[in-house]
Design a protein around this ligand. Structure first.
Ligand code: MV4
Length: 491
């Protein structure tokens, strides 16, 4: 089954390649778009055809809705896959694609629009019987009303932007004195960041877990869940590491959360792949938002279910029924994803773009690497610093962690600083190993100190490597790198 003859991928980097891989397996031709600094990028070489879309700045290229649709029409593509980020959750783009007679591989634009409002989606979910945190049911219109609600639910509370994301415009309030300022600040920030100053108030949870459920639905409304993921380890609302399933999940909690996620999807008339995010604390969970896109961390769900989520997205976008029932979706083992960013974890995660002078990615049992980089590639400074996703699967969580440590050990990236040593420090952290994670994990675990220790070990290895390369023993590079790694005895 082919579904489409040609698909345009409106994205770059690892996710563009991930989508094209599904297309290649299905025999679907692919069309890449690329900005000026991406003309030599891997996603361009991987595609069957590639079109220049515009200058470096995303507004000129990967966010240029009209130009992307023109390229789709010119190339004869029938559908557009948006990946994640850029236009993936832009309902105006989804609508434009449909208005042009093309297929948007994702939910309907109406569903994307409805779920884009935090207040609106919270109301929708409350009415569908999904647990939500107590708070103001609508946007704050008067300080008196906000004070009444906050007093009733009890401090601390949090002020959030309805149009927001990524914690922008979000302020924690410890007592009534701080409420007015938080509302004023939230409205100002939300207004300038999203063009919508609406804020609401809800109960604040101190150290919740972020647990999400993967959803898959077809055009007939047949809706499945693909189990859960734990995504609590984040930095400034950017996820660093995820695992599937959630390590503290019990049969009862899973039963309730997955049922809530399916109810949430049905309430929003959801089709295609999506994620329902929850906050969890003390045995209770609360709806947070729905991500109406393929997510970065879909890979670990693919590992534990064996389902190719991108192929399913393409199939249901073509109007196919889901080829399985809930009973056919089984969970096997445990998977972890480490996001490898070109950033310096010891210098406030400053981006470190530049040339990759040596590169060797890990492999072997239970390892999956999704990346858009290669040896000799220069990471442009204009985009996201995530350069690869390293995923490990094991028959249980312990084996997944052991494999991840082993894969980090094998991974060679020279030329830019990366978050690899940070991930190694996390894989060695006793609380992480015990499955004890929450949204304030990084701040509290002093990961930086242990990271320094691991980096000193790394430095010796890197010097050995650099020396052997300088002496002209540049044995077809990869072999040399592997040799240096394997000879070192890492505890
Ligand atoms: C919260 C919360 C505690 N209580 N809401 C952060 C970004 C935005 N998507 C929602 N966020 C939070 N909302 C209430 N009522 C704590 C967070 C939060 C968080 C959530 C998920 C993952 C990491 C986080 C890190 C800090 C705060």
């Amino acid at each position: 089954m082919k579904y489409f003859d040609k698909i345009l991928i409106a994205n770059r980097g690892e996710i563009a390649i991930r989508v094209m891989r599904a297309c290649r397996e299905l025999g679907i031709d692919t069309v890449a778009i690329y900005s000026e600094p991406d003309k030599n990028a891997l996603h361009v070489k991987y595609a069957d055809e590639a079109f220049y879309v515009g200058e470096a700045h995303p507004s000129k290229s990967y966010l240029n809705k009209e130009r992307i649709c023109d390229i789709a029409q010119k190339s004869g593509a029938e559908a557009i896959h948006p990946g994640y980020g850029f236009l993936a959750e832009n309902y105006r783009f989804a609508k434009l694609v449909e208005d042009e007679g093309l297929t948007f591989i994702g939910p309907s634009w109406q569903t994307i629009e409805a779920l884009g409002s935090k207040i609106g989606s919270k109301r929708m979910m409350r009415e569908a019987g999904v647990p939500v945190l107590p708070g103001t049911p609508d946007g704050v219109t008067s300080l008196d009303e906000a004070k009444k609600v906050a007093a009733a639910i009890g401090y601390p509370v949090v002020v959030k932007a309805s149009a927001g994301g990524g914690g922008i415009g979000m302020h924690i309030v410890e007592s009534e004195e701080g409420l007015e300022e938080a509302i004023d600040m939230g409205m100002r920030i939300a207004g300038s960041a999203f063009g919508d100053p609406t804020v609401f108030v809800e109960k604040y949870l101190a150290k919740p877990r972020h647990i999400e459920v993967q959803i898959l639905a077809d055009a007939k409304g047949h809706t499945l869940h693909l189990y859960d993921r734990e995504c609590s380890i984040q930095r400034r609302h950017q996820k660093l590491l995820e695992e599937a399933p959630c390590p503290i999940m019990t049969p009862d909690l899973r039963e309730r959360m997955t049922a809530s996620a399916i109810a949430a999807a049905k309430a929003a008339n959801y089709r295609n792949a999506g994620t329902v995010e929850f906050l969890y604390a003390n045995g209770n969970y609360y709806f947070m938002e729905v991500n109406t896109r393929l997510q970065v961390e879909h890979t670990i769900t693919e590992f534990i279910t064996g389902i190719d989520i991108v192929k399913q997205q393409i199939a249901v976008a073509a109007g196919e029924d889901l080829s399985m029932d809930q009973e056919d979706v089984s969970l096997r083992g445990h998977a972890i994803e480490c996001r490898i960013n070109a950033e310096d974890p010891l210098n406030n995660f400053t981006a470190d773009p530049g040339k990759i002078v040596r590169y060797r990615s890990p492999g072997g049992p239970g390892i999956r690497v999704d990346s858009g980089i290669h040896m000799g590639y220069t990471i442009p400074p204009h985009y996201d610093s995530m350069i690869a996703k390293l995923c490990a699967w094991g028959s249980n969580r312990e084996e997944a962690i052991q494999r991840m440590r082993r894969a980090i050990y094998e991974y060679v990236v020279l030329g830019v600083k990366t978050t690899l040593p940070l991930h190694y420090a996390i894989m060695r952290n006793p609380h992480f190993v015990a499955g004890d994670t929450h949204t304030h994990f990084l701040q509290e675990e002093h990961i930086a100190a242990s990271l320094r220790r691991y980096l000193r070990e790394e430095e010796t290895r890197m010097q050995t490597l650099a020396a052997s390369l300088r002496q002209g023993k540049e044995v077809a590079a990869i072999a040399a790198v592997v040799d240096v790694y394997l000879r070192k005895n890492m505890k």
